[in-house]
Ligand binder design. Structure first.
Ligand code: 5AD
Ligand code: SF4
Length: 482
């Protein structure tokens, strides 16, 4: 396991090992020599900065990048004024791409002032050939570019960028490899994301994820459990199991296991208090999972269940493989079995061919399911997806109008839903010092609602009872009960 690997014992003059993760440790040892060289030259430790765009999966990947950067001797900072800057990009909607280009423009100026600075890009956006073309043509100051499939080779690529001049681009089309036991630097000492699977096989017609993250691959349950056991022993009380579609976890393993089966095993881990997971595809959500959630003491009372659209006609064109009625029946069943659950969702407005009548269907579902929160997105046309070439793209004004209507209903229902616990006492995991008001802490209820309350920072990482005095829209102001 990585904590036990001593980089000093690795002979960096020998041939690199073929096996992973030994190969990456070899390159870490080599990078460390380069970083030490920089330290001697500059009279200070070089700094590194990782910036994450997009989802929880990317956030977890960035922790892996940071783990390696620290291991090779960089000091991690949280601003762009660093010697090594890496952007872990997202491409699910076009505005994510635009933000990356914007930020790259700023980096270019920094690099002019500090030519020794290294700039790297990785993540989903790099899996798009058109992006790579653009970077090669107009962003020559970038030193290193790699994608989602070879992120486990970061140490090796970093080493190459020390040894070679010019832009290094290494993008893989796909991979079936899952490399275990590389270093990770966690953002929070008391909670952690855990990848349980990679990729997606669903091919929703608007979504670029299956093209940039590849086919579904599940980690072996033993690897997952070993990782969580180790984390729990080190003080982690909450884990978030991550996958694009956790409900199909385990189907492609040699010895298949269901997601509910995995949860049963995670539940048994001593010291672990809370289990979350993300994301569930409605078509694959089993009765077994509902049962396991219902019986569990540790699984949080929160389910993120992306709806995308409430119109059966649109759902069909989206290739979601459920109808409005099936979704409603599922949500009703979940609420019946687990009454205190919070259901949240993702909604897309402006999918090709969507009419105002379809938007009304979406609004109808929102009213009936009563989401605690919903992320509402304007449809973004992603090159290469089937929806991008559908003829009836919706005019911008109509999309705006639909979006505003959906958002209003979402906000009204969510406010009501969140407020239903006012006056009660909830178990809250204290997560951080409140950024906006001195003396306040911020924590999360099992159902994912945020609570702010006075308290001292030593409580961070603990689960405490908090009186939910006042609901302020989407969060509570509270007070710790003794
Ligand atoms: N346009 C807008 N939203 C999208 N999402 C995925 N692809 C697109 C797209 N092309 C949204 C979906 C998904 C969430 C992560 O992002 O709602 O659930
Ligand atoms: Fe995209 Fe659909 Fe897969 Fe989610 S389930 S990542 S929306 S293709």
């Amino acid at each position: 396991m990585y904590q036990e690997i001593d980089l000093d014992k690795i002979d960096i003059h020998a041939e690199p090992p073929i096996e992973e993760p030994a190969r990456q440790y070899y390159y870490m040892a080599k990078c460390r020599e380069w970083v030490r060289g920089l330290e001697r030259k500059n009279g200070r430790r070089p700094t590194a900065f990782t910036q994450t765009f997009g989802c929880q999966m990317n956030a977890r990947d960035s922790e892996k990048l940071a783990g390696i950067l620290r291991q090779v001797g960089y000091e991690m900072t949280d601003d762009e004024n660093a010697d090594f800057v890496i952007f872990n990009t997202c491409t699910v909607r076009d505005n994510a791409n635009q933000r990356v280009y914007g930020r790259l423009g700023e980096l270019k100026n920094r690099k002019k002032r500090n030519p020794a600075m290294k700039i790297a890009l990785c993540g989903c956006m790099m899996q798009e050939p058109a992006v790579i073309e653009k970077l090669r043509a107009s962003y020559r100051f970038v030193d290193l570019i790699f994608g989602t499939h070879n992120i486990f080779r970061f140490a090796e690529l970093l080493c190459r960028s020390f040894e070679e001049q010019g832009m290094i681009v290494d993008i893989w089309e796909d991979t079936d490899q899952i490399v275990e036991d590389l270093p990770v630097e966690r953002k929070y000492p008391f909670k952690s994301g855990i990848n349980i699977m990679f990729g997606c096989n669903n091919f929703c017609s608007y979504c670029i994820v299956p093209y940039v993250r590849g086919r579904e691959r599940s980690r072996e349950p033993e690897d997952i459990l070993r990782e969580i056991r180790r984390l729990a022993a080190g003080g982690v009380v909450e884990v978030m199991l991550l996958g694009q579609n956790v409900n199909s976890y385990g189907k492609n393993l040699k010895e298949p296991i269901t997601f509910a089966g995995l949860l049963r095993e995670v539940e048994k881990i001593e010291g672990l208090e809370r289990i979350r997971f993300m994301t569930s595809h409605p078509k694959d959500l089993s009765d077994e999972l509902i049962q396991v959630m219902k019986e569990s003491r540790k699984i949080c009372r929160h389910l993120h269940l992306p709806l995308q659209s409430g119109s059966t006609r649109v759902l069909e064109r989206m290739n979601r493989r459920y109808t409005k009625e099936q979704y409603l029946a599922l949500a009703e069943k979940i609420r019946r079995e687990i009454p205190d659950i919070a259901i949240t969702t993702d909604i897309i407005v402006g999918f090709p061919g969507e009419t105002m009548e379809d938007v009304e269907d979406t609004i109808d579902v929102i009213r009936r399911v009563r989401y605690d929160n919903a992320f509402t997105f304007i449809y973004s046309r992603r090159t290469g997806t089937p929806a991008a070439s559908m003829p009836d793209q919706v005019p911008e004004e109509q999309v705006r109008e639909g979006f505003d209507r959906v958002l209003k209903v979402v906000q009204d229902t969510a406010r009501e839903q969140v407020a239903r616990y006012q006056g009660q006492v909830a178990e809250v995991l204290v997560e951080e010092i409140n950024e906006h008001e001195e003396g306040l802490l911020t924590g999360r209820m099992s159902n994912n609602t945020l609570v702010h309350f006075p308290g001292s920072p030593e409580l961070i990482g603990r689960i405490v009872p908090v009186a939910l005095d006042k609901c302020q829209g989407f969060y509570y102001m509270g007070r710790i009960m003794r």
